[in-house]
Write a protein that binds this ligand. Structure first.
Ligand SMILES: Cc1cc2nc3c(=O)[nH]c(=O)nc-3n(C[C@H](O)[C@H](O)[C@H](O)COP(=O)(O)OP(=O)(O)OC[C@H]3O[C@@H](n4cnc5c(N)ncnc54)[C@H](O)[C@@H]3O)c2cc1C
Length: 418
Protein backbone atom coordinates (compact mmCIF):
# COMPACT_ATOMS: atom_id res chain seq x y z
CA UNK A 1 0.00 0.00 0.00
CA UNK A 2 1.22 3.55 -0.71
CA UNK A 3 1.07 5.82 2.34
CA UNK A 4 1.69 9.56 2.43
CA UNK A 5 2.83 10.79 5.83
CA UNK A 6 2.17 14.51 6.24
CA UNK A 7 4.79 15.99 8.59
CA UNK A 8 8.39 15.00 9.37
CA UNK A 9 8.54 15.74 13.09
CA UNK A 10 9.20 12.94 15.54
CA UNK A 11 5.63 11.68 15.18
CA UNK A 12 5.75 11.54 11.37
CA UNK A 13 9.18 9.90 11.26
CA UNK A 14 8.36 7.22 13.86
CA UNK A 15 5.13 6.47 11.95
CA UNK A 16 7.08 6.21 8.67
CA UNK A 17 9.50 3.76 10.31
CA UNK A 18 6.80 1.33 11.42
CA UNK A 19 4.79 1.72 8.20
CA UNK A 20 7.89 0.89 6.15
CA UNK A 21 8.64 -2.08 8.40
CA UNK A 22 5.10 -3.31 7.78
CA UNK A 23 5.94 -3.39 4.07
CA UNK A 24 4.24 -0.21 2.85
CA UNK A 25 5.60 2.21 0.27
CA UNK A 26 6.00 5.37 2.36
CA UNK A 27 6.55 9.01 1.38
CA UNK A 28 6.96 11.73 4.01
CA UNK A 29 6.23 15.37 3.09
CA UNK A 30 7.36 18.43 5.03
CA UNK A 31 7.83 22.15 4.42
CA UNK A 32 11.22 22.29 6.17
CA UNK A 33 14.59 21.51 4.57
CA UNK A 34 15.08 18.55 6.89
CA UNK A 35 13.30 16.47 9.51
CA UNK A 36 12.53 17.70 13.06
CA UNK A 37 12.99 21.41 12.49
CA UNK A 38 9.79 22.51 14.24
CA UNK A 39 8.56 21.31 17.67
CA UNK A 40 10.76 18.21 17.63
CA UNK A 41 13.92 20.31 17.31
CA UNK A 42 14.91 21.37 20.82
CA UNK A 43 12.56 19.92 23.41
CA UNK A 44 13.57 19.23 27.00
CA UNK A 45 15.01 15.80 26.16
CA UNK A 46 12.97 13.57 28.47
CA UNK A 47 11.47 10.21 27.60
CA UNK A 48 9.34 10.12 30.65
CA UNK A 49 6.47 7.63 30.77
CA UNK A 50 6.34 8.10 34.54
CA UNK A 51 5.42 11.77 34.20
CA UNK A 52 2.90 11.24 31.42
CA UNK A 53 -0.07 13.04 32.85
CA UNK A 54 -2.52 15.61 31.51
CA UNK A 55 -1.95 19.23 32.40
CA UNK A 56 -5.66 19.47 33.09
CA UNK A 57 -6.13 18.30 36.66
CA UNK A 58 -7.89 19.23 39.90
CA UNK A 59 -6.43 22.45 41.34
CA UNK A 60 -4.85 23.55 38.05
CA UNK A 61 -7.19 26.53 37.41
CA UNK A 62 -6.22 28.04 40.80
CA UNK A 63 -2.52 27.30 40.26
CA UNK A 64 -2.70 28.89 36.79
CA UNK A 65 -4.09 32.11 38.27
CA UNK A 66 -1.23 32.21 40.80
CA UNK A 67 1.36 31.53 38.07
CA UNK A 68 -0.03 34.41 36.03
CA UNK A 69 0.91 36.76 38.87
CA UNK A 70 4.36 35.25 39.49
CA UNK A 71 7.74 36.53 38.25
CA UNK A 72 9.59 33.75 36.37
CA UNK A 73 6.18 32.20 35.72
CA UNK A 74 5.85 28.72 34.21
CA UNK A 75 2.53 29.76 32.59
CA UNK A 76 1.50 32.93 30.82
CA UNK A 77 -1.13 34.22 28.43
CA UNK A 78 -0.35 36.58 25.57
CA UNK A 79 -3.61 38.55 25.65
CA UNK A 80 -3.14 39.90 22.11
CA UNK A 81 -3.29 36.36 20.67
CA UNK A 82 -6.41 35.14 22.47
CA UNK A 83 -8.94 34.26 19.74
CA UNK A 84 -12.10 32.08 19.57
CA UNK A 85 -9.98 28.92 19.02
CA UNK A 86 -7.99 29.76 22.18
CA UNK A 87 -11.13 30.31 24.25
CA UNK A 88 -12.78 27.14 22.99
CA UNK A 89 -9.66 25.07 23.78
CA UNK A 90 -9.28 26.61 27.25
CA UNK A 91 -12.93 25.88 28.03
CA UNK A 92 -12.49 22.25 26.98
CA UNK A 93 -9.36 22.00 29.10
CA UNK A 94 -11.18 23.40 32.16
CA UNK A 95 -13.87 20.73 31.82
CA UNK A 96 -11.09 18.15 32.10
CA UNK A 97 -9.85 19.56 35.43
CA UNK A 98 -11.93 17.17 37.54
CA UNK A 99 -10.63 14.23 39.58
CA UNK A 100 -12.58 11.76 37.41
CA UNK A 101 -11.40 13.15 34.06
CA UNK A 102 -7.80 13.34 35.31
CA UNK A 103 -7.75 9.63 36.17
CA UNK A 104 -9.27 8.57 32.83
CA UNK A 105 -6.90 10.79 30.85
CA UNK A 106 -3.82 9.85 32.86
CA UNK A 107 -4.55 6.12 32.42
CA UNK A 108 -4.82 6.58 28.63
CA UNK A 109 -1.55 8.53 28.46
CA UNK A 110 0.28 6.04 30.68
CA UNK A 111 -0.94 3.11 28.56
CA UNK A 112 0.53 4.72 25.46
CA UNK A 113 3.70 6.06 27.11
CA UNK A 114 4.64 2.76 28.78
CA UNK A 115 4.11 1.00 25.46
CA UNK A 116 6.25 3.65 23.79
CA UNK A 117 9.08 3.10 26.29
CA UNK A 118 9.05 -0.62 25.40
CA UNK A 119 9.26 0.40 21.74
CA UNK A 120 12.34 2.54 22.54
CA UNK A 121 14.02 -0.46 24.17
CA UNK A 122 13.17 -2.70 21.19
CA UNK A 123 14.40 -0.05 18.75
CA UNK A 124 17.77 0.23 20.50
CA UNK A 125 18.10 -3.55 20.45
CA UNK A 126 17.39 -3.54 16.74
CA UNK A 127 19.35 -0.49 15.58
CA UNK A 128 22.69 0.97 16.49
CA UNK A 129 21.59 4.60 16.77
CA UNK A 130 23.07 7.45 18.75
CA UNK A 131 21.04 10.35 20.10
CA UNK A 132 23.03 11.22 23.26
CA UNK A 133 20.76 8.72 25.02
CA UNK A 134 21.02 7.97 28.71
CA UNK A 135 18.98 5.55 30.82
CA UNK A 136 19.60 7.11 34.22
CA UNK A 137 16.04 8.11 35.15
CA UNK A 138 14.70 11.57 35.94
CA UNK A 139 14.74 13.49 39.22
CA UNK A 140 12.07 15.99 40.26
CA UNK A 141 13.49 18.35 42.88
CA UNK A 142 11.43 20.12 45.54
CA UNK A 143 12.47 23.43 47.03
CA UNK A 144 9.81 23.50 49.77
CA UNK A 145 8.31 21.05 52.27
CA UNK A 146 4.89 21.96 50.84
CA UNK A 147 6.00 20.50 47.49
CA UNK A 148 7.27 17.34 49.21
CA UNK A 149 3.90 16.94 50.94
CA UNK A 150 1.98 17.61 47.72
CA UNK A 151 4.03 14.97 45.89
CA UNK A 152 2.30 12.26 47.99
CA UNK A 153 -0.68 12.57 45.64
CA UNK A 154 1.56 11.99 42.60
CA UNK A 155 3.15 9.05 44.39
CA UNK A 156 -0.20 7.38 44.93
CA UNK A 157 -0.90 7.74 41.18
CA UNK A 158 2.53 6.24 40.39
CA UNK A 159 1.74 3.33 42.73
CA UNK A 160 -1.65 2.83 41.08
CA UNK A 161 0.00 2.76 37.64
CA UNK A 162 2.81 0.43 38.80
CA UNK A 163 5.58 2.96 38.04
CA UNK A 164 8.87 2.37 39.84
CA UNK A 165 9.92 5.44 41.94
CA UNK A 166 12.24 6.56 44.75
CA UNK A 167 11.48 9.23 47.35
CA UNK A 168 14.74 11.02 48.18
CA UNK A 169 15.97 13.46 50.82
CA UNK A 170 18.52 16.15 49.96
CA UNK A 171 21.47 13.75 50.25
CA UNK A 172 19.66 11.21 48.07
CA UNK A 173 19.20 13.86 45.36
CA UNK A 174 22.91 14.71 45.52
CA UNK A 175 23.83 11.03 45.28
CA UNK A 176 22.05 10.78 41.92
CA UNK A 177 22.94 14.26 40.71
CA UNK A 178 26.33 15.10 42.28
CA UNK A 179 26.42 18.67 40.90
CA UNK A 180 23.47 19.54 43.15
CA UNK A 181 25.91 19.37 46.09
CA UNK A 182 26.84 22.96 45.16
CA UNK A 183 23.29 24.17 45.84
CA UNK A 184 21.99 21.62 48.30
CA UNK A 185 20.66 24.24 50.70
CA UNK A 186 18.00 25.01 48.04
CA UNK A 187 16.68 21.44 47.86
CA UNK A 188 14.36 19.86 50.41
CA UNK A 189 13.79 16.53 48.66
CA UNK A 190 13.11 14.77 45.40
CA UNK A 191 11.18 12.12 43.54
CA UNK A 192 13.17 9.93 41.14
CA UNK A 193 11.77 7.78 38.36
CA UNK A 194 14.56 5.33 37.49
CA UNK A 195 12.74 3.96 34.43
CA UNK A 196 12.76 7.28 32.55
CA UNK A 197 15.26 8.01 29.77
CA UNK A 198 16.81 11.09 28.19
CA UNK A 199 18.35 12.17 24.90
CA UNK A 200 18.30 14.61 21.99
CA UNK A 201 15.05 14.33 20.03
CA UNK A 202 16.52 16.09 16.97
CA UNK A 203 19.41 13.62 16.76
CA UNK A 204 16.96 10.75 17.30
CA UNK A 205 14.74 11.96 14.46
CA UNK A 206 17.66 12.29 12.07
CA UNK A 207 19.09 8.89 12.97
CA UNK A 208 15.69 7.23 12.53
CA UNK A 209 15.05 9.07 9.24
CA UNK A 210 18.34 7.61 7.94
CA UNK A 211 17.13 4.14 8.92
CA UNK A 212 13.78 4.85 7.21
CA UNK A 213 15.63 5.73 4.00
CA UNK A 214 17.39 2.36 4.14
CA UNK A 215 13.92 0.77 4.09
CA UNK A 216 12.98 2.82 1.03
CA UNK A 217 11.04 5.69 2.65
CA UNK A 218 11.11 8.82 0.48
CA UNK A 219 11.36 12.25 2.13
CA UNK A 220 9.97 15.11 0.06
CA UNK A 221 11.17 18.24 1.85
CA UNK A 222 10.72 21.99 1.22
CA UNK A 223 7.12 21.21 0.24
CA UNK A 224 4.12 23.05 1.64
CA UNK A 225 1.02 20.96 2.21
CA UNK A 226 -1.83 23.22 1.10
CA UNK A 227 -4.95 21.06 1.40
CA UNK A 228 -6.21 17.52 1.81
CA UNK A 229 -8.79 16.81 -0.88
CA UNK A 230 -11.82 14.54 -0.48
CA UNK A 231 -14.45 12.91 -2.65
CA UNK A 232 -17.30 11.32 -0.73
CA UNK A 233 -15.88 9.35 2.18
CA UNK A 234 -12.35 9.10 0.74
CA UNK A 235 -9.30 11.31 0.42
CA UNK A 236 -8.25 11.51 -3.22
CA UNK A 237 -5.06 13.55 -3.06
CA UNK A 238 -3.10 16.26 -1.26
CA UNK A 239 -2.36 19.62 -2.85
CA UNK A 240 1.21 20.75 -2.24
CA UNK A 241 3.53 23.49 -3.45
CA UNK A 242 4.95 20.84 -5.82
CA UNK A 243 1.55 19.85 -7.17
CA UNK A 244 -0.88 17.09 -6.24
CA UNK A 245 0.33 13.93 -4.52
CA UNK A 246 -1.70 10.73 -4.27
CA UNK A 247 -1.54 7.54 -2.23
CA UNK A 248 -3.81 4.78 -0.96
CA UNK A 249 -3.74 6.11 2.61
CA UNK A 250 -2.88 9.45 4.20
CA UNK A 251 -1.55 10.06 7.71
CA UNK A 252 -1.69 13.53 9.26
CA UNK A 253 1.26 14.12 11.63
CA UNK A 254 1.53 17.89 11.33
CA UNK A 255 1.66 18.72 15.04
CA UNK A 256 -0.14 21.96 15.89
CA UNK A 257 -0.80 22.62 12.21
CA UNK A 258 -3.02 19.52 11.92
CA UNK A 259 -5.95 21.56 13.26
CA UNK A 260 -6.52 24.15 10.49
CA UNK A 261 -5.89 21.79 7.56
CA UNK A 262 -8.22 19.12 8.98
CA UNK A 263 -10.93 21.70 9.74
CA UNK A 264 -11.17 22.37 6.00
CA UNK A 265 -12.40 18.79 5.46
CA UNK A 266 -14.63 18.92 8.50
CA UNK A 267 -12.42 16.84 10.81
CA UNK A 268 -12.38 18.83 14.04
CA UNK A 269 -9.33 18.07 16.21
CA UNK A 270 -9.00 20.16 19.40
CA UNK A 271 -5.22 20.48 19.08
CA UNK A 272 -3.91 23.87 20.21
CA UNK A 273 -0.33 25.24 20.07
CA UNK A 274 1.08 25.71 23.58
CA UNK A 275 4.31 27.61 23.21
CA UNK A 276 7.42 26.55 25.10
CA UNK A 277 11.04 27.69 25.23
CA UNK A 278 14.43 26.06 25.61
CA UNK A 279 18.10 26.96 25.91
CA UNK A 280 20.97 24.69 24.84
CA UNK A 281 24.32 25.40 26.47
CA UNK A 282 27.74 23.92 25.68
CA UNK A 283 29.12 22.26 28.84
CA UNK A 284 32.11 24.03 30.34
CA UNK A 285 32.49 21.95 33.50
CA UNK A 286 30.96 18.45 33.43
CA UNK A 287 31.27 18.16 37.22
CA UNK A 288 28.83 21.07 37.56
CA UNK A 289 26.33 19.76 35.00
CA UNK A 290 23.45 17.31 35.53
CA UNK A 291 23.98 13.63 34.68
CA UNK A 292 20.38 13.09 33.53
CA UNK A 293 17.15 15.16 33.70
CA UNK A 294 16.44 17.29 36.76
CA UNK A 295 12.98 18.83 36.92
CA UNK A 296 12.55 21.90 39.08
CA UNK A 297 9.03 21.63 40.49
CA UNK A 298 8.91 25.32 41.47
CA UNK A 299 9.47 26.66 37.96
CA UNK A 300 8.27 23.59 35.97
CA UNK A 301 11.55 23.56 34.07
CA UNK A 302 13.56 20.46 33.06
CA UNK A 303 17.36 20.49 32.78
CA UNK A 304 18.79 17.60 30.74
CA UNK A 305 22.31 16.38 30.13
CA UNK A 306 23.34 15.56 26.58
CA UNK A 307 26.88 14.33 25.82
CA UNK A 308 28.51 17.76 25.67
CA UNK A 309 25.53 20.10 26.11
CA UNK A 310 22.84 20.98 28.64
CA UNK A 311 19.26 21.46 27.44
CA UNK A 312 16.89 23.41 29.66
CA UNK A 313 13.24 23.64 28.66
CA UNK A 314 9.86 24.65 29.95
CA UNK A 315 7.24 27.44 30.06
CA UNK A 316 3.70 27.20 28.78
CA UNK A 317 2.54 30.26 26.90
CA UNK A 318 -0.86 30.73 25.33
CA UNK A 319 -0.03 32.72 22.20
CA UNK A 320 -1.87 30.92 19.38
CA UNK A 321 0.50 30.31 16.44
CA UNK A 322 2.78 33.24 17.29
CA UNK A 323 6.33 31.82 17.15
CA UNK A 324 8.15 35.03 18.01
CA UNK A 325 11.17 34.32 20.18
CA UNK A 326 10.42 36.60 23.12
CA UNK A 327 13.61 37.50 24.98
CA UNK A 328 11.67 38.20 28.20
CA UNK A 329 10.50 34.54 28.26
CA UNK A 330 14.10 33.41 28.45
CA UNK A 331 14.30 34.48 32.10
CA UNK A 332 12.48 31.44 33.53
CA UNK A 333 14.62 28.74 31.87
CA UNK A 334 17.86 30.71 32.22
CA UNK A 335 17.26 31.26 35.93
CA UNK A 336 16.79 27.54 36.65
CA UNK A 337 19.93 26.33 34.89
CA UNK A 338 22.03 29.05 36.52
CA UNK A 339 20.45 28.47 39.93
CA UNK A 340 20.76 24.66 40.05
CA UNK A 341 23.88 24.11 37.94
CA UNK A 342 26.02 27.28 38.30
CA UNK A 343 29.17 27.09 36.19
CA UNK A 344 28.03 23.92 34.36
CA UNK A 345 27.24 25.47 30.98
CA UNK A 346 28.21 28.49 28.90
CA UNK A 347 25.12 30.68 29.07
CA UNK A 348 26.69 33.31 26.79
CA UNK A 349 26.75 30.80 23.94
CA UNK A 350 23.35 29.25 24.58
CA UNK A 351 20.93 28.65 21.70
CA UNK A 352 17.50 30.08 22.55
CA UNK A 353 14.54 28.34 20.90
CA UNK A 354 10.77 28.21 20.92
CA UNK A 355 8.33 25.50 19.79
CA UNK A 356 4.59 24.86 19.77
CA UNK A 357 3.43 21.82 21.72
CA UNK A 358 0.43 20.30 19.90
CA UNK A 359 -1.86 19.95 22.93
CA UNK A 360 -5.24 18.32 23.28
CA UNK A 361 -7.42 19.57 26.16
CA UNK A 362 -7.38 16.11 27.76
CA UNK A 363 -3.66 15.42 27.24
CA UNK A 364 -3.96 12.19 25.23
CA UNK A 365 -2.94 12.42 21.56
CA UNK A 366 -5.40 11.59 18.78
CA UNK A 367 -4.54 8.38 16.97
CA UNK A 368 -6.06 6.26 14.24
CA UNK A 369 -9.15 6.36 12.04
CA UNK A 370 -11.29 9.29 10.91
CA UNK A 371 -14.62 9.44 9.10
CA UNK A 372 -12.66 9.16 5.82
CA UNK A 373 -11.81 5.52 5.17
CA UNK A 374 -8.21 6.23 4.08
CA UNK A 375 -7.35 9.20 6.35
CA UNK A 376 -5.58 8.56 9.66
CA UNK A 377 -4.35 10.80 12.49
CA UNK A 378 -1.25 10.84 14.67
CA UNK A 379 -1.32 14.24 16.32
CA UNK A 380 -1.87 16.16 19.58
CA UNK A 381 1.11 14.77 21.54
CA UNK A 382 1.50 17.92 23.61
CA UNK A 383 3.99 18.07 26.40
CA UNK A 384 5.53 14.57 26.10
CA UNK A 385 5.32 13.90 22.39
CA UNK A 386 8.75 12.37 22.00
CA UNK A 387 8.00 10.07 24.93
CA UNK A 388 4.85 8.80 23.22
CA UNK A 389 6.15 8.95 19.63
CA UNK A 390 7.35 5.40 19.02
CA UNK A 391 4.31 3.82 20.66
CA UNK A 392 2.01 6.12 18.67
CA UNK A 393 3.87 5.37 15.43
CA UNK A 394 3.60 1.62 15.93
CA UNK A 395 -0.04 1.85 17.00
CA UNK A 396 -1.05 3.94 13.98
CA UNK A 397 0.95 1.76 11.57
CA UNK A 398 -0.98 -1.25 12.91
CA UNK A 399 -4.31 0.55 12.45
CA UNK A 400 -3.43 1.50 8.85
CA UNK A 401 -2.23 -2.05 8.16
CA UNK A 402 -5.50 -3.39 9.64
CA UNK A 403 -3.53 -5.36 12.21
CA UNK A 404 -4.56 -5.89 15.83
CA UNK A 405 -2.90 -3.17 17.92
CA UNK A 406 -0.60 -4.18 20.79
CA UNK A 407 -2.45 -1.89 23.22
CA UNK A 408 -6.13 -1.35 23.91
CA UNK A 409 -7.47 1.36 21.55
CA UNK A 410 -9.96 2.66 24.14
CA UNK A 411 -10.06 6.47 24.16
CA UNK A 412 -7.19 7.04 21.73
CA UNK A 413 -9.11 8.01 18.58
CA UNK A 414 -10.95 11.18 17.63
CA UNK A 415 -14.22 9.35 18.45
CA UNK A 416 -13.74 10.27 22.12
CA UNK A 417 -14.75 13.86 21.33
CA UNK A 418 -17.97 12.87 19.56
C1 LIG B 1 9.77 23.55 25.30
C2 LIG B 1 9.31 22.15 24.99
C3 LIG B 1 9.80 21.09 25.74
C4 LIG B 1 9.37 19.79 25.48
N1 LIG B 1 9.95 18.76 26.18
C5 LIG B 1 9.62 17.48 25.89
C6 LIG B 1 10.29 16.41 26.54
O1 LIG B 1 11.19 16.59 27.35
N2 LIG B 1 9.90 15.15 26.24
C7 LIG B 1 8.91 14.88 25.34
O2 LIG B 1 8.56 13.71 25.16
N3 LIG B 1 8.29 15.89 24.67
C8 LIG B 1 8.62 17.18 24.92
N4 LIG B 1 8.02 18.20 24.24
C9 LIG B 1 6.93 17.90 23.32
C10 LIG B 1 7.42 17.35 21.98
O3 LIG B 1 8.54 18.06 21.55
C11 LIG B 1 6.28 17.42 20.96
O4 LIG B 1 5.12 16.81 21.46
C12 LIG B 1 6.68 16.73 19.65
O5 LIG B 1 7.87 17.24 19.16
C13 LIG B 1 5.57 16.88 18.61
O6 LIG B 1 6.01 16.23 17.45
P1 LIG B 1 5.18 16.32 16.10
O7 LIG B 1 5.90 15.49 15.11
O8 LIG B 1 3.75 16.04 16.39
O9 LIG B 1 5.22 17.86 15.70
P2 LIG B 1 6.37 18.67 14.92
O10 LIG B 1 7.71 18.28 15.39
O11 LIG B 1 6.00 20.10 15.00
O12 LIG B 1 6.22 18.13 13.45
C14 LIG B 1 5.20 18.56 12.58
C15 LIG B 1 5.81 18.70 11.20
O13 LIG B 1 4.78 19.08 10.30
C16 LIG B 1 5.33 20.00 9.37
N5 LIG B 1 4.24 20.83 8.84
C17 LIG B 1 3.29 21.48 9.53
N6 LIG B 1 2.48 22.14 8.70
C18 LIG B 1 2.92 21.88 7.44
C19 LIG B 1 2.49 22.29 6.14
N7 LIG B 1 1.41 23.06 5.94
N8 LIG B 1 3.19 21.83 5.08
C20 LIG B 1 4.26 21.03 5.23
N9 LIG B 1 4.72 20.63 6.44
C21 LIG B 1 4.05 21.06 7.53
C22 LIG B 1 6.31 20.81 10.19
O14 LIG B 1 7.32 21.38 9.37
C23 LIG B 1 6.86 19.79 11.17
O15 LIG B 1 8.10 19.24 10.73
C24 LIG B 1 8.42 19.53 24.47
C25 LIG B 1 7.94 20.58 23.70
C26 LIG B 1 8.38 21.89 23.94
C27 LIG B 1 7.88 23.01 23.08
Amino acid sequence: MQVLVLGAGVVGVTSAWYLAKAGHEVTVIDRQVDVALETSYANAGQISPGYSAPWAGPGIPLKAIKWLMQDLAPFMINGKEVDPQTLSWMTKMLTNCTEGAYHVNKARMMRLAEYSRDCFIDLRNELDINYDQRTKGTLQVFRTQKQVDASKKDISVLQECGVNFQVLDTEGCVEHEPALANVKEKIVGGLRLPGDETGDCFKFNNALADECKKLGVKFVMKTDILSINREGDKIVDVSTSRGKMTADSYLVAMGSYSTPILAEIDVKVPVYPIKGYSLTLPIVDAGKAPTSTVMDETYKVAVTRFDDRIRVGGTAEIASYNKELQEKRRANVEFVVKDLFPGGGDIEHAEFWTGLRPMTPDGTPILGETKYSNLFLNTGHGTLGWTMSLGSGKYVADVISQQKTDIDPEGLSIARYA
